[in-house]
Design a protein around this ligand. Sequence first.
Ligand SMILES: NC(=O)c1ccc[n+]([C@@H]2O[C@H](COP(=O)([O-])OP(=O)(O)OC[C@H]3O[C@@H](n4cnc5c(N)ncnc54)[C@H](OP(=O)(O)O)[C@@H]3O)[C@@H](O)[C@H]2O)c1
Length: 166
Amino acid sequence: MSVRENFSAVVAADAGWGIGLNGTQTLVVPEDRKHFRSVTGRGTVIVGRRTLLDFPGGRPLKNRRNIVLTRNPDFTVEGGETAHSVEEALTLVSDDEQVFVIGGESVYRALLPYCRRAYVTRIDADAENDAFFPALDSLPGWRLADPGEEREHDGLRYRFELWERE
Ligand SMILES: NC(=O)c1ccc[n+]([C@@H]2O[C@H](COP(=O)([O-])OP(=O)(O)OC[C@H]3O[C@@H](n4cnc5c(N)ncnc54)[C@H](OP(=O)(O)O)[C@@H]3O)[C@@H](O)[C@H]2O)c1
């Protein structure tokens, strides 16, 4: 297993690294959608089958190559490709310029070891969650490269953080 220069995770996490509850994202700041689009650009995204279900209409993201991880050999999705293992996903994207790992929890855990960077929308709140991102602040090798400036929406404070491997 080795880190790939062009692999980044993109996530919105609260203070305790919570990212979702009952299959959906708990805390959403509108500016984050724009931030997500600008970070992922026209790159490739790798997404878990459960997170795909939570996208509008259960459809892949537009203007990007979508790789959906599933162990179900019969699962297909219009506008996306499927991979049935981490290895298969890595092979599929091996020639792609920029690859973004966009969740959920199981996909972050499986692919973070390959990521060079993590774009974390860090929301200063403690929501109820049943899905979590690995706690980068206690994970060896990761450092906060850019804490971003403090922003606020409806009383919710957040930052666009950039984490990198040392
Ligand atoms: N805050 C954020 O930025 C953010 C971003 C994304 C997601 N989320 C949250 O994360 C939660 C979902 O996370 P989750 O872990 O339950 O689901 P998930 O990671 O989105 O999807 C899980 C599914 O992906 C497939 N999968 C996972 N690892 C695989 C592997 N190694 N090989 C093949 N297939 C694999 C399996 O699909 P099959 O069952 O089809 O085999 C598995 O059931 C939701 O609450 C969502 O809102 C939050």
